[in-house]
Ligand binder design. Structure first.
Ligand code: HEM
Length: 290
């Protein structure tokens, strides 16, 4: 069983040309298995979640009914990225499983949209959002250990409530960052192999071996994204995660959900700036935006 497909170059060298397409099915079946194992674990084995209690009544009383979570720009980015990702996945993989159509043009157009949306996201997240909110911190690591110990029946203090993003979401973001950037980095060069509106076609830009490895990396990132996106959609649809999904549509989550899962000290509620309110007079857990 070979994970790659090979061909002989005009110079007699054996070069990889792309991944073996059965890997598509490996990714789909792994995604389905994950659903089954995770849903069974939650239904029959997982203990109810417990957090160290964090917020005082004073803080709880100061939390608005709708807690702002994603700005309009962040939501538009998310849905544009999601639409382009789905178009990329379907245009890339449907032809490999027997549904033939002229996929390349749709694919590079969706690839361009994804690339531009990610460039926007990098600038937006670095300069206009809280850049560090999505990276694991020391409390996440300490709490991951506590959660594992408690899950296997050992004695450990209850973990804190989450900051804006739970550790799982932060790890997922890291995985999608690596696979997404691999698909984009290779995809931009692969546009030299096809006709686009951006630059003249130049299949001689790299050697056969370099092109082959680039196609392999693109394909591996692609099948990785099948699994990652299946898992993402599964969590987005799970009943207990629906408030988070709704916040990606409407921009806010309810006070009850916020207080149940999030620690106002780790993720203070942002209020629009007002001329009279002073940050010093706000209880801890609420801060002025901007
Ligand atoms: C979800 C993300 C993506 C997936 C799943 C994906 C998947 C694929 C797959 C499986 C192929 C066939 C490769 C082969 O024959 O070995 C392909 C080709 C291609 N991809 Fe992507 N891709 C993605 C993102 C992108 C992006 C972001 C771009 C451009 C910026 C891009 C540009 C291309 C081009 C130009 C080809 C055609 C190459 C050719 O036919 O010679 N892709 N993609």
């Amino acid at each position: 069983m070979d994970f790659l497909e090979w061909a002989r170059s005009p110079w007699g060298q054996n070069v990889p040309i792309h991944i073996a397409w059965f890997l598509i099915w490996v990714a789909v079946i792994s995604g389905l298995l994950f659903f089954i194992v995770h849903a069974t674990y939650l239904r029959y084995f997982a203990k109810p979640r417990q957090f160290a209690s964090s917020s005082s009544t004073l803080i709880a009383a100061s939390i608005p009914e709708h807690v702002p979570r994603h700005s309009l720009a962040a939501r538009l980015f998310h849905w544009i990225m999601a639409a382009s990702m789905f178009i990329l996945l379907f245009t890339a993989f449907l032809p490999r499983v027997g549904i033939r159509f002229d996929w390349v043009t749709y694919h590079w157009i969706a690839g361009t949209v994804l690339t531009l949306s990610i460039l926007f996201h990098i600038v937006h997240a670095s300069f206009f959002l809280d850049f560090w909110a999505i990276w694991p911190d020391r409390i996440d690591m300490r709490d991951a250990r506590r959660r594992i110990l408690r899950a296997i029946g050992k004695d450990a203090p209850a973990p804190d409530k989450f900051a804006k993003y739970p550790l799982e979401n932060k790890l997922y973001h890291g995985a999608i960052l690596i696979t997404g950037l691999s698909a984009i980095g290779t995809g931009v060069f692969m546009m030299f192999r096809v006709r686009t509106i951006f630059f003249p076609r130049n299949p001689y830009l790299f050697s056969d071996m370099t092109w082959g490895l680039m196609y392999v990396l693109h394909g591996l990132a692609g099948v990785g994204l099948i699994g990652l996106i299946m898992v993402h959609v599964y969590f987005g649809l799970r009943p207990e995660k629906r408030p988070i999904t709704k916040s990606m549509i409407f921009g806010w989550m309810s006070r009850d959900f916020y207080l149940e899962e999030h620690d106002p000290r780790r993720w203070p509620v942002e209020r629009p700036p007002t001329s009279s309110a002073s940050a010093d007079s706000e209880p801890q857990g609420v801060r002025d935006a901007g």
